[in-house]
Design a binder for this molecule. Structure first.
Ligand code: ATP
Length: 356
């Protein structure tokens, strides 16, 4: 099984190293036949070949069984015309990874701001306000005069339907509740279309409760009653913002995993960014990156009906939880003693030595 590993920028190489150690340990215990191939993207690739996302990486993603993508610091890249393509955007577009699944939960031992939460944000990943990727050609953010800046938001019927389908199916595996988050009171046409299509899809899931919440209220309710949410279904930018809020509530950005899912391919990438402020200090929390890889293994296991891989993914999450439960093996972002690398070693050792 070929795993393509793209460490990315900032803390990417550090959290990737820790995750790779865990995956090696999993591979040894469960004999999964992992072949891990690492490739540079982002600033490192730019220095080597003048491209932040070298073209051949796309073929390698097709060839791989799984791709584990690190965070990227696209804000610091040169313009696209000079080789500074944002890899996160490029893979979502190229492989039509329209569903971004971002779970957040309170895990025993992790000092969270709240007592109880177990939800998943299902975020539309290809349209909305993301002006660098929501057009067939050109960019949806522009300046008609030097004093005026405009941005276009795209919502389509099909885009809304397919993400709603994912959310309702996910809810069926969980507590059977979808909360659709929108601003249709103001954005009557765009969010109105989104909401209408969600309701159409919802009619096919009579066993799933559908709740509607306006996005600004949602920012407050997520703090006030996080335990009441199961699946949060929303458009691209609201989902990006609310999932960071949920991760922070659960302990910090270092606890927010995510996978980007299309029809035939999924790519893992933690919800957080490249955190350049702490890069190179061995202080980043690799949990989100590890859990993202774990979600990807689980996704593949389900599609292939591969019990061995599914079991390994389950043990990987249990081992991460076990390390998080112990204050002596927590990371520095939650005032624990461990650096990034040491946390990876602890999780790898738990996989190797425990009978989880
Ligand atoms: P980018 O521009 O790539 O999104 P950013 O620094 O603006 O990077 P994030 O990387 O998402 O945004 O993080 C914001 C802050 O949260 C970081 O500056 C860092 O202090 C903290 N942070 C993010 N991820 C982690 C992590 N895995 N472990 C510890 N702290 C983190």
């Amino acid at each position: 099984m070929k795993l393509l590993i793209l460490p990315g920028d900032g803390i990417g190489p550090e959290i990737t190293r820790a995750t790779a150690e865990v995956l090696q340990s999993l591979n040894s215990r469960f004999v999964l036949g992992f072949e891990m191939v690492e490739r540079d993207i982002g600033q490192k690739a730019y220095e080597m070949c003048g491209q932040t996302m070298p073209e051949e990486i796309f073929d390698e993603i097709w060839d791989a069984d799984a791709t584990i993508l690190g965070p990227v610091d696209s804000y610091a890249y040169p313009p696209e015309s000079e080789g500074g393509v944002n890899p996160s955007k490029a893979v979502r577009l190229k492989f039509d990874l329209f569903a971004n699944l971002r779970p957040s939960k309170v895990r025993p031992g992790v000092p969270a701001m709240i007592k109880n939460m177990d939800l998943v944000v299902v975020r539309e990943n290809t349209e909305g306000f993301y002006s660098d990727r929501n057009m067939h050609m050109g960019n949806a953010e522009f300046m008609p005069t030097p004093e005026v800046a405009l941005s276009i938001r795209k919502i389509t019927r099909e885009g809304s339907r397919r993400i709603a389908q994912v959310a309702f199916e996910k809810a069926r595996e969980r507590r059977k509740k979808v909360t659709v988050v929108h601003k249709a009171n103001v954005l009557k046409v765009t969010d109105g279309l989104f909401l209408k299509e969600v309701k159409v899809v919802g009619e096919h899931f009579p066993d799933v409760e559908l709740e509607e919440v306006i996005v600004d209220a949602m920012a407050a309710l997520l703090i006030r009653r996080p335990e009441s949410f199961d699946v949060i279904l929303t458009t691209n930018m609201y989902g990006d913002i609310l999932s960071d809020e949920a991760a922070e509530l659960s302990g910090g950005l270092g606890f927010g995993p995510s996978i980007n899912v299309g029809e035939n391919i999924a790519i893992s990438q933690a919800a957080h960014g490249s955190a350049p402020d702490i890069a190179g200090h061995d202080s980043a929390n690799p949990t989100a990156h590890m859990l993202s890889a774990q979600m990807l293994l689980q996704w593949i296991a389900m599609r292939r009906e591969d019990n061995q891989l599914g079991n390994a993914a389950m043990v990987m999450e249990q081992a991460i939880n076990s390390a998080l439960r112990n204050p002596d093996t927590q990371t520095q972002d939650v005032n624990g003693p461990l650096g990034t690398r040491a946390f990876g070693t602890v999780v790898a050792e738990i996989i190797k030595n425990s009978n989880l």
